[in-house]
Every structure is written in C-alpha cells, then in structure tokens.
Design a protein around this ligand. Structure first.
Ligand code: ATP
Length: 328
C-alpha cells in the first residue's frame, strides 16, 4: 500500500515521561490504510492507548516526543492548536470502552448526536439532523432513540450511538480503544460486525486497540503486537495468528481463551512486563522468553520483515494450542 493511501502513518514514534528509565513508546512504526482495520494488541501497560491517543495529539503533559504521527498526510506532533482542533473535529474520531461515561446523561440522544456536528463540522441544524438519521439507520437503530435519554438504552445500543456520533463528520480515521470490553459477548460480536460493515460503507480506516486476540482476529486486516512500548511483530491477521514468528505473539495466543472452551486451562505468560522505572537493554521480552539466548539479553533486535526477534529465522514456534488459533 502506498504512503498516499495511509490515513495514519506513525514513524519512529518515541515518547518519554519524567521519572522513567525507558521510553513509554520506543520507536513505534505503524500504518492504517483507507478502509483498513488495524488491530494493536498487547498486555496491559504496553503502550497501546498511548499510541492511539497520539493520533489525536493527546499527549501527557511533560512528555518528550520524537518521530512523526501523520494523519491524512499531516504531522499531528507539529500542528498548531487551531489545526489540531480542526483535525479532531473532522478527520479523526474516537470511541471508548464505556459509552455511558462519554455521554451526558441529562441530554436527549438526538441533541448529543447533532451537537457535535453543528459545533465541529459547521453543518446547519437540519443537515446535522438528516445525517444523524442516516447514521442511526447505518448502526441499526431507529429514529425513536433521538428523543430518548442514555439511561433508557442498553450498553450495546449506547455504543451504537457513540459510533454514529463518531461518524457524524465523516472521519477518515476512527480510533477504537477497547470499544467492546464493557459489553456482553453477544453484543461484542454485533458491534464488531457493525464496525466491519461501516468501514466498507463509509471507507473509514480504523485503529482498534484490544488485549483480546480473538477479537483482533475477527475484525482486523492487519495486526501489530506491542510489548514494552515497541512493536515486536506485525503482519496480516491470517498469517500472524496462523504462524506467529515472535515468541511473545505465540505466548499471547496461548493465553487467549476460546469461546468454545472458556474453562480450558490456559498457558499464562510467566513473569511481568518490564517496569517503566527499570532501564532495558537487549530484547524487552528476553526475561520471559523460553527461547532467549545470550544475544537476546545483550542486543536489541531491530524489526526485520515485520518481526523484531534475533531468532525469528530459526524458530518454528510450537504453541500449546497448535492448529487451534483464533480464526482470522
Ligand atoms: N499520563 C500518564 N503519565 C504517566 N504514565 C502514564 C500516563 N499514561 C500512561 N502511562 C503509563 O504508560 C504506560 C503505557 O500505558 P497505556 O495506557 O498506553 O498502556 P495500554 O497498553 O493501553 O494498557 P491498557 O490495556 O491497560 O490500557 C503504562 O506503564 C502507564 O502506566
């Protein structure tokens, strides 16, 4: 895919916070194409949300940032505040884990939907109302919800409202931060199917952050695996889940519960991810990796053909659930 068709292009992104011994994000490269769904997966604290938020220019105070984050070709990290406001109002939208926390409980949902379009996109009231009705139909809701309040709707319906609201200004990029984690399993599947559908209808590129590999396999075209602020492996969902090349990806797959066998014993990844207060040398996963050799502890592996592992060329990774991976 050529650079011109990327709605998001993150290049060598580093982010360092005060009183830490290593960068929170350490040379992240990631792209999302138009109409493409890209999943960013990894354990808690690996830097997924932080990466996602940089696309909106949302950085922690006192963060020292390097590299570039281009949205529709423009670098977010060097934008003026006014341009950044425009970007957030049109080009990029975001949906969160808990829709109830993001919607004012005292306003009717119709006002919630049309307000952001009128303020941000400058669309007149009537145009915003037409767009809202169109999007409600696209997310599978009726006009009836326009006069309802948030407490009258289920979590799944509210997440549909959030998605409709995020699409009001026709963004090229939709950032999804664990958007189904708070929902029951059936509703999760419905929302995932809906998002997949919408990218076809509206041509929206999506960056989907999740720690659920089954979900990533179900929704994404490509997957990026993050560990300790670095991308350790990326590739098309089918090949990455079918034949992982990084020991961390294989370990994550082994620790993913399956819908059809939720009580099966899972292989937990031994140890803990590295603490931000401890400096890192060599491969960040070496301390927990069953395949680590001396070189892994001494020398940082640079990404090559989509995988950052000194032993990628020689390892054929067996997993406890060989042949039974999440379906892409
Ligand atoms: N504003 C902040 N100030 C200081 N440290 C932060 C801040 N935000 C995040 N961190 C730290 O940065 C690291 C990455 O956090 P991030 O939220 O991106 O991880 P994540 O992979 O999204 O995890 P989760 O799945 O739990 O959301 C964590 O160690 C976190 O504690």
């Amino acid at each position: 895919m050529s650079a011109a068709t990327h709605v998001l292009e993150i290049d060598g992104l580093t982010l360092r916070l005060p009183r830490t011994a290593r960068p929170v994000l350490d040379g992240v490269d990631l792209t999302v194409g138009a109409s493409e769904i890209v999943a960013l997966v990894g354990e808690s604290g690996s830097g997924k949300s932080m990466t996602l938020r940089t696309a909106l220019g949302l950085l922690p105070r006192q963060a020292a940032v390097g590299g570039s984050v281009r949205v529709a070709g423009e670098d977010v990290l060097t934008m003026t505040p006014a341009r950044l406001r425009d970007l957030r109002a049109g080009t990029v939208s975001m949906i969160f884990q808990d829709p109830r926390a993001a919607i004012n409980p005292l306003r009717r949902l119709g006002d919630f939907l049309t307000e952001s379009a009128r303020i941000n996109g400058g669309a007149g009231g009537e145009r915003a109302a037409v767009r809202a009705r169109h999007l409600l139909a696209a997310v599978g809701l009726t006009d009836r919800v326009l006069s309802q309040y948030p407490h009258e709707l289920s979590g799944g319906m509210l997440q549909r409202i959030m998605i409709a609201s995020a699409l009001m200004n026709d963004p090229g990029l939709l950032l999804c931060d664990e958007p189904t984690t708070a929902l029951d399993v059936t509703t999760q599947a419905e929302i995932v199917a809906l998002l997949a559908d919408l990218r076809n209808t509206f041509g929206t590129g999506m960056l989907f952050v999740t720690h659920d590999l089954g979900l990533a396999a179900a929704i994404s075209d490509r997957v990026f695996v993050m560990y300790a602020g670095r991308i350790v492996e990326h590739g098309p969902a089918g090949s990455l889940f079918g034949a992982p090349r990084h020991p961390y990806t294989a370990a994550l797959l082994d620790s993913t519960p399956r819908l059809e066998a939720p009580s099966e014993r899972l292989a937990a990844i031994p140890g803990q991810p590295p603490d931000l207060r401890a400096p890192l040398s060599g491969c960040p996963f070496a301390a927990r990796c069953a395949y680590a050799i001396e070189r892994c502890r001494a020398e940082r592996p640079e990404p090559e053909n989509g995988v950052a592992c000194h032993r990628a060329g020689e390892l054929v990774l067996a997993t406890v659930r060989e042949g039974d991976r999440p379906r892409a």
